[in-house]
Design a protein around this ligand. Sequence first.
Ligand code: C2E
Ligand code: CA
Ligand code: CA
Length: 387
Amino acid sequence: MTNRLLIVDDEQDIRDIFSEVGKQNGFTVDTASSITEFKKSYFQFKPDIMILDLYLVEGDGIEIMRILSENYYQGALILISGYDEKVLSSAQFLGSEHGLKVIASLQKPVKLQQLTELLKQNKIDNLYINREYIEFALNNEKFVLHYQPKISLKTGTVTGVEALIRLVDAQGKVIFPLQFLPLIEETGLIIEVTDWVINRAILDLADFFSHGYEITMSINLSLKNLTDIHLPDKIEEKVLKNNLQQKNVIFEITETAAMSQPKILIDILTRLRIKGFGLSIDDFGTGYSSLVELYRMPFSELKIDKSFVISLTRDHESNVIAKAIIELAHHLEMITVAEGVEDEAAMEILKKYNCDVIQGYLISKPLPKEQLLEWLKVYKPIKATIT
Ligand code: C2E
Ligand code: CA
Ligand code: CA
């Protein structure tokens, strides 16, 4: 695992020098010179620590702090500015009001020694995210699930949620799956972790039902989960025990995993489907499935990878691909879901292409259960397509 440092500054020299300091101190570094570049990096690179210049030619640091706050940025923030002390301290105050962890505000020219110290102090000690910590996390409720709503473009209403796992580290910081899933897979603990995810998600789904929200629960499975021949029966038992039905739960596996095609995988997937569970092919468009393979696999839903969705508004090729995927999926009688819908414009394009369901920051980011319940209470259906 790495410590990720994002530097947002419009001066090339500063970006270069700070990058160098970051790298020397063991950080993986990404840089952005504008708000657009920042957004792109923030969601893909997922920084643990950020250096933010308050002044940018395009946009400004205050706007970026607002975005960080809206996205519950948990990492550390170092503010820098060429303006006087007052601007810095009011920005620092604003940051705290936003719930951000502003660890320092520095005036330009920044002393490199000072920056080095700050980075060293705030480097996450990854040594404890090891097998022992994962086991500890399992026994001590250090894993949490956040739920992201899926919205029907046909009716405007919530069809379901996707469960996305997070890990709380020893300092109480929320860690995102891309940073710990590889380790969990390597150590084989993915079996225990997935068991935990399935249990938690089914209990929470039962809770959503008891509040009157009869929605679906999507659960991500990794390839390593699909070697246990008894999995479909175990899951079915849990679902029925909680007075839910099989059709209320959807399992997602990535296109790449699905196409690796060991026989046992097809066996398990087919039996899940026969039992009435939903099956979704995730990150579609990143793997290399052929039409025939797609036809053979028992999927009920297809999720267009967010890389195509995010670029819908600026890239012609993504449009062609998304449109073709949606048509293909419909011919194979699958429901189409677009993930990574971040703006209205992308949503309108997807409506035009007859996509069924959307998911993304435009609607809501993934939320803890209690917050999702609050969100569901106030959600006003979006304008649906007129078909
Ligand atoms: P995924 O299944 O493709 O999940 C969607 C990811 O996109 C999530 O990242 C979600 O927070 C993010 N996302 C949602 N809306 C937007 C948007 O509008 N724009 C952008 N740029 N991103 C958006 P997250 O939560 O960091 O999860 C990353 C991956 O980790 C997931 O990708 C999934 O493959 C894996 N994962 C998460 N939870 C589990 C789990 O319980 N089990 C397993 N095996 N894998 C999981
Ligand atoms: Ca997924
Ligand atoms: Ca996906």
